[in-house]
Design a protein around this ligand. Structure first.
Ligand SMILES: Cc1cc2nc3c(=O)[nH]c(=O)nc-3n(C[C@H](O)[C@H](O)[C@H](O)COP(=O)(O)OP(=O)(O)OC[C@H]3O[C@@H](n4cnc5c(N)ncnc54)[C@H](O)[C@@H]3O)c2cc1C
Length: 379
């Protein structure tokens, strides 16, 4: 499918980035899956080569590139199923908080490191008692002179082990619900900030997802992002970008799963015929290909709207829900078409099917997406 989002320079960049991944990631990825983490120097290499936050302006160390480049990086990583290389979370979800809500001093302090890979970021919203219901979060930050004292616990935090800078959602005014939420940046090494377990997950084995603990953790008041009490509003504002990133991931994984399955079904023979030639299987593949085309059209239209600065909250919530569920339908059928081989680790469909399962859950569940869309439809 030709895609009018991309020009010649983007195609050249895609080719170069693909070659980088094939050289620097492909040979080692299975080992990192076993290790439960990717080495820090992967981030440094990504940064040095301009593959982190390419959109950040030159004055903060970036390339000032268009969102198209972020899309390409996300697509190439997730088409290969490199779920541990979750740099789009850093580049296109977390760092934009610093860029949009940080003051000049904070931007100068942190953005160059975010671009060159020396500062890896995480965002800590979820708590054991607050996931979909973010307003229920209980981590507190109490002002004490020119410091905040943070107490609480976060869970399921992506890049929780490797991160150098964590944007933590806290209650600075616990009495007023979502209006009392603020965002505070906590740097690695701050006394009172410790990491809990690197959690064992169904998939994304090389991506460190961790618990974070804050006990009498004193942070300079200057680390507050934006204004006190605006955190919930900031998160709602940024979640549309987060949902677009998730939809792009799911779409890329669906495309990869179909491609590997078509190839497998053409090569594998049963009853002296290729698997793909049985009408039932042909129909199944065609149905998946149709859904994937629909997803691609929808996602590309949202990428264009996002680049144009349009409000995409309603449609991106639809896309996050539909595309991630579609990718999981594709995963189910692709494993089935592989037969027993689809259940074997040596076939990539096995890992893809496991890894794609999280996308309807994180960045807002399918059900939460439907609640948002339902509200916007006045239901
Ligand atoms: C691998 C992984 C990485 C993650 N990374 C991060 C991260 O970096 N930072 C971070 O802050 N969080 C992260 N999360 C947390 C993630 O965003 C939450 O898991 C998610 O928002 C759901 O919250 P929950 O797990 O508490 O489920 P719950 O909120 O307990 O939901 C349970 C079920 O109830 C459903 N539900 C919720 N509300 C409604 C409703 N109104 N109507 C009907 N059903 C509803 C949900 O859809 C779900 O099916 C991550 C999670 C995972 C697993």
């Amino acid at each position: 499918m030709s895609r009018d989002i991309f020009q010649e320079e983007h195609i050249i960049f895609r080719d170069a980035f693909g070659k980088f991944l094939d050289k620097e990631i492909t040979p080692y990825f299975e080992q990192w899956e076993q290790d439960g983490i990717v080495p820090r120097n992967v981030w440094n290499k990504m940064g040095r080569n301009g593959f982190l936050c390419p959109w950040v302006e030159e004055e903060y160390g970036g390339a000032g590139a268009g969102y198209e480049y972020s899309v390409i990086i996300n697509e190439e990583i997730f088409y290969r199923g490199f779920t541990g290389i979750v740099t789009p979370l850093h580049s296109d979800i977390i760092v934009p908080y610093i860029h949009s809500f940080g003051n000049e001093e904070q931007k100068k302090k942190w953005l160059p490191g975010c671009v060159n890979g020396e500062i890896i970021t995480a965002i800590a919203m979820t708590e054991p008692g607050a996931g979909s219901d973010l307003a229920a979060l209980r981590t507190t930050a109490v002002k004490d002179g020119d410091e905040y004292i943070i107490n609480g616990q976060k869970t399921f935090i992506s890049i929780g082990i490797l991160s150098d800078l964590v944007i933590v959602a806290v209650k600075t005014d616990p009495g007023v619900g979502s209006k009392g939420i603020s965002l505070i940046c906590v740097e690695d090494g701050t006394p009172g900030f410790t990491r809990g377990r690197n959690l064992e997950k169904m998939g994304w084995h090389s991506q460190d997802t961790a618990e974070l603990i804050f006990e009498e953790c004193r942070v300079p008041a200057a680390n507050l992002l934006g204004e006190e009490g605006q955190g919930f509003y900031y998160m709602m504002q940024k979640l549309q970008g987060e949902r677009l990133v998730a939809a792009i991931m799911a779409q890329s994984m669906a495309e990869a799963m179909l491609d590997m399955t078509v190839q497998y079904c053409k090569e594998r023979e049963i009853f002296r015929k290729p698997l793909s030639s049985f009408q039932h299987n042909t129909f199944k593949i065609v149905e998946m290909a149709t859904e994937i085309e629909l997803g691609r059209t929808f996602v590309d239209s949202l990428i264009k709207d996002f680049i144009a600065g349009k409000d995409i909250v309603k449609k991106v919530s639809m896309a996050k829900a539909w595309v991630s569920e579609m990718a999981n339908r594709v995963a189910y059928h692709c494993v089935q078409l592989h037969g027993g081989y689809g259940y074997m680790e040596e076939y990539p469909i096995c890992r893809f099917a496991r890894d794609v399962r999280i996308i309807p859950i994180f960045a807002g569940t399918t059900e939460v997406m439907k609640v948002i869309v339902g509200r916007m439809m006045g239901l």
